[in-house]
Ligand binder design. Structure first.
Ligand SMILES: Nc1ncnc2c1ncn2[C@@H]1O[C@H](COP(=O)(O)OP(=O)(O)OP(=O)(O)O)[C@@H](O)[C@H]1O
Ligand SMILES: [Mg+2]
Length: 217
């Protein structure tokens, strides 16, 4: 499904990702484990197209996507929940969720179908839909960011340190949502970054350990 071959990319003119090679299969959950500064976010941003690839190739279902801009990658079904959440405070939760669909150009029916699916997977969002994006706790914001990623992430969902800062109760709910997602959308490929390997132990089908921009396993 997603294939990275010798991927290199820079941040602020400095080479961060170094020859990252790996494959992610449909329906699998991949953990990307590394310390602060290891390059986890840069890896996800490179897959999403927010960081330019300098060398190597990225294929999705056999199609080379190196040249696709970030919004075009949303279009082919890659959803992304960034580490810093980025919930728009002047929009409601529902509007925040629908935002990427507008960029991708989904029609009303498609948006409603997707919202229904997301609310099944993340039922906590039902009660939050009309709430302002400014009125969310950090943990609720993580749930909204997951929901928003799922609105366009029909093939691949990239979750950057989703468990960071969640209370134990919310972390359990987030884990339940991931398992709902796998049941509801069995072909979706999920990539989750984390600095603490133990958190994803038992739910990951494969693990990429990343150190100084290189996969070490
Ligand atoms: N805005 C920036 N300017 C300069 N260097 C940066 C910038 N952002 C990241 N870097 C560098 O890029 C490298 C990879 O950072 P990245 O954010 O991908 O790591 P990470 O594994 O996601 O870390 P964290 O666990 O803190 O989120 C780090 O060494 C960092 O110093
Ligand atoms: Mg990061």
């Amino acid at each position: 499904m997603l294939k990275l071959q010798s991927v290199c990319s820079d941040v602020a003119g400095i080479n961060v990702l170094r020859n990252v090679t790996g494959e992610v299969h449909a329906g699998s959950l991949t953990a990307v484990i590394g310390r602060n500064g290891a390059g986890k976010t840069t890896l996800l941003r490179t897959i999403m197209g927010a960081v330019e690839i300098k060398h190597g190739t990225i294929h999705v279902d056999g199609e080379l996507i190196n040249h696709l801009k970030a919004y075009e990658r949303s279009h082919i079904g890659i959803g992304w929940a960034p580490e810093e959440r980025v919930i728009f405070p002047t929009m409601s939760v529902k509007e925040n969720m629908m935002f990427p669909c507008q960029i991708v150009g989904h029609n009303k029916g498609q948006v409603q179908d997707r919202i229904d699916m997301v609310l099944d997977v993340v039922p906590q969002l039902k009660a939050m839909l009309d709430r302002s994006g400014a009125a969310l706790s950090g943990g609720q914001g993580k749930m909204v960011a997951l929901g928003r990623a799922l609105m366009v992430g029909t093939r691949i969902v990239l979750l950057d340190e989703p468990f960071q800062g969640l209370s134990p109760a919310l972390a359990r709910e987030y884990g339940e949502s991931l398992s709902n997602l796998r049941n509801s959308q069995p072909d979706i490929a999920i990539i989750v970054t984390e600095s603490n390997a133990a958190l994803l132990h038992g739910i990951a089908d494969q693990t990429f350990n990343i150190e100084r921009g290189e996969i070490t396993n």
